[in-house]
Design a protein around this ligand. Structure first.
Ligand SMILES: [Zn+2]
Length: 304
């Protein structure tokens, strides 16, 4: 009798690793304590200096960096999973900052208010403190803190006020929440961008391994970009190697890039044009181990 658990199709060799496994997901969830830590560090720095756009983005980049390094180690290459985790971790980071801000304000409020009530009597002060602590639990204090913070407003520092006198008026009410949303978008966006980049890094499923770093096969004048993309697509790598002339610079070039699996030598070729701040991938595709070897010859010729 056939067991319902036995597979009817024979499998040859090792099945490829799924884009994400449950075990890997557990390992990736380490990004959440890291996000809490980054949010707490942001709280301490933010007390002295809070740079608009830059700080939320930096925090997001740190969260994304932690997630990407975990994903690399766990060989997770599912873009939807990594982007979702990045957005969640970015949100956790921002909330941790607010919670830390609220806890500190609560502490200041309890200390100063109990001192005021006690009027110098230490016994009454201790009693007042414990009463206030019980009344204003951290959970109850948080919405009050946020309400007051929105009313009082946030004072932001822009890069050109650092060190100078800041005379910005605080941002209050709806604008405060708009700014909070903007911070959240920057933080989650930066984290998601790093995570998405890791997810789309070339991965060899049959060897269960990430490709090695990108090698420059050749650097061409940007005017050769379309021709280079056509030749690469047609797999005319000798023709691609024959493209010369013009002048490529750091700011204006067309790079032919190769990354390869350290196991089977299967490669991925990318033709990328770079003019000023505009970077465009014109073509990207897989190449066989033989083609990888050919491209490495082209690279050797170009390096001469
Ligand atoms: Zn391989």
């Amino acid at each position: 009798m056939d067991s319902p658990f036995s597979s009817s199709s024979a499998s040859f060799g090792r099945p490829p690793r799924p884009a994400i496994t449950f075990g890997a997901l557990l390992a990736l969830s380490l990004v959440f304590p890291a996000a809490v830590l980054i949010g707490t560090i942001y709280h301490f720095i933010g007390k002295y200096l809070d740079l608009i756009v830059i700080f939320p983005m930096l925090a997001g980049l740190c969260v994304g960096g932690v997630l990407a390094s975990l994903a690399k180690k766990q060989k997770v290459h599912s873009k939807p999973a990594l982007v979702t985790l990045a957005i969640l971790a970015g949100t956790v980071c921002l909330c941790s900052r607010w919670i830390a801000d609220s806890l500190q304000t609560r502490e200041e409020f309890i200390t100063s208010y109990s001192a005021k009530l006690a009027g110098g009597n230490p016994a009454i002060e201790a009693k007042a403190q414990s009463l206030l602590r019980r009344t204003y639990t951290p959970l109850r204090f948080l919405p009050m803190y946020l309400k007051v913070a929105a009313k009082e407003g946030a004072t932001i520092t822009s890069t050109h006020d650092v060190g100078g006198s800041s005379h910005n008026s605080p941002i209050t009410g709806t604008a405060f929440w708009g700014l909070a949303l903007f911070d959240a978008l920057l933080m989650c966006g930066a984290a998601a961008a790093i995570a998405a980049k890791q997810a789309s890094a070339p991965f060899c499923a049959s060897c269960d391994s990430w490709h090695g770093g990108e090698l420059t096969v050749s650097r061409l004048d940007p005017s050769h970009a379309d021709e280079a993309a056509k030749l690469a697509q047609a797999r005319d790598f000798a023709g691609l190697g024959g493209l010369r002339g013009g002048k490529a610079t750091e700011k204006a070039n067309c790079d032919v890039l190769l990354s390869k699996c350290p196991g089977c030598q299967t490669g991925q070729v990318t033709v990328r044009r770079h003019v000023g701040n505009a970077i465009k991938t014109l073509w990207s595709g897989q190449v066989s181990p033989t083609e990888t070897a050919k491209l490495q010859e082209v690279r050797a010729q170009w390096l001469q």
